[in-house]
Design a protein around this ligand. Structure first.
Ligand SMILES: C[S@@+](CC[C@H](N)C(=O)[O-])C[C@H]1O[C@@H](n2cnc3c(N)ncnc32)[C@H](O)[C@@H]1O
Ligand SMILES: [Zn+2]
Length: 276
């Protein structure tokens, strides 16, 4: 076996600790369109029974069971589909996906989290529990906003007990396009850097366009994550078409893991835009 010199070992160790400190620890790829960040499933489940997380323990399976039990116990149930209005489809990303969002954004208690289109609130609850961040969800469907509120009332005591801290979740029933034009909401949304999640897969094109324009004014350090590319950047022409987006945002491409969204067992793409 080859013996490693002391300087080789020191270089390896420095390299290792650098990787350990990186936001994308364990993610493969560069985040460029042709090499999106990808997190392969583990070969064996971790100690908490999760195949998706890199940590040896995590809250995904426990959280999933707590959510299932909570929603089943409510007197009101989520409406998943609303006729032909695809944008009102209220299916969720799964706890394994939320854990990854927390990991890649480095969210903590000091950075507010916004879920634009929060459905039954599951993402908010897990982010609040894992990070202690103040979480705000906006949901246009009154029934689903009500489900989210009731679920939070039911879950909150157990989550606060388990985490040993007070948690803050607010659910606003309304249209986020409308809110993004109202002074009081904008004042708080734009007052400091935040993390924004928008599961914008089924939104009408004008809505995504509106979001992409509004999000240009978020404070430096804000991270926006979504499914539908808000600032198309795959082709070389994109930089010429929309130079402002490239000046304002660091753009990273990701692949979501299999079995991490409610509507598909497959992988798919999502994006993170970090305001420079
Ligand atoms: C696919 S669900 C996502 C739920 C959750 N955020 C998640 O990622 O698991 C999208 C939600 O956005 C809501 N929605 C769609 N357009 C909206 C709008 N203009 N304002 C607020 N909510 C909206 C829908 O009613 C639906 O509940
Ligand atoms: Zn996990």
């Amino acid at each position: 076996m080859l013996k490693r010199t002391r300087s080789q070992r020191r270089a390896d160790s420095a390299k290792h600790s650098k990787v350990e400190n990186s936001v994308h620890t364990f993610e493969l790829g560069t985040g460029a369109t042709e090499s999106p960040f990808r997190l392969p499933l583990r070969e064996k489940k971790n100690r908490s029974g999760c195949l998706h997380c890199v940590e040896s323990t995590c809250c995904c399976r426990w959280f999933d069971a707590a959510l299932t039990k909570c929603y089943a116990s409510l007197p009101i149930q989520r409406k998943v589909e609303s006729g032909s209005r695809r944008e009102l489809c209220a299916k969720s990303i799964l706890p394994e996906f939320v854990s990854r969002l927390v990991r890649i954004t480095g969210m903590d208690a000091n950075v507010p989290f916004f879920d634009f289109g929060c459905g039954n609130g599951s993402v908010l609850f897990q982010v609040a529990f894992m990070t202690g961040a103040p979480c705000v969800g906006i949901e246009i469907h009154p029934r689903n906003a009500q489900v989210a509120r009731e679920a939070w009332d039911a879950l909150r005591p157990a989550l606060e007990r388990q985490g040993g801290r007070k948690l803050h979740v607010e659910i606003i029933c309304g249209d986020f396009c409308q809110l993004l034009q109202e002074e009081p909401f904008l004042r708080s949304f734009l007052s400091r850097p935040s993390v924004v999640w928008a599961a914008n897969l089924l939104l009408p094109r004008p809505t995504n366009h509106f979001l992409s324009e509004r999000f240009r004014s978020v404070p430096q350090g804000t991270k926006i994550l979504c499914f539908e590319d808000l600032y198309p950047h795959a082709r070389s022409l994109a930089r010429i078409r929309d130079p402002d987006a490239f000046e304002k945002f660091e753009m990273s491409d990701f692949v979501w893991q299999p079995d991490s969204v409610e509507w598909s067992r497959d992988e798919g793409k999502f994006y993170m835009y970090s305001r420079k």
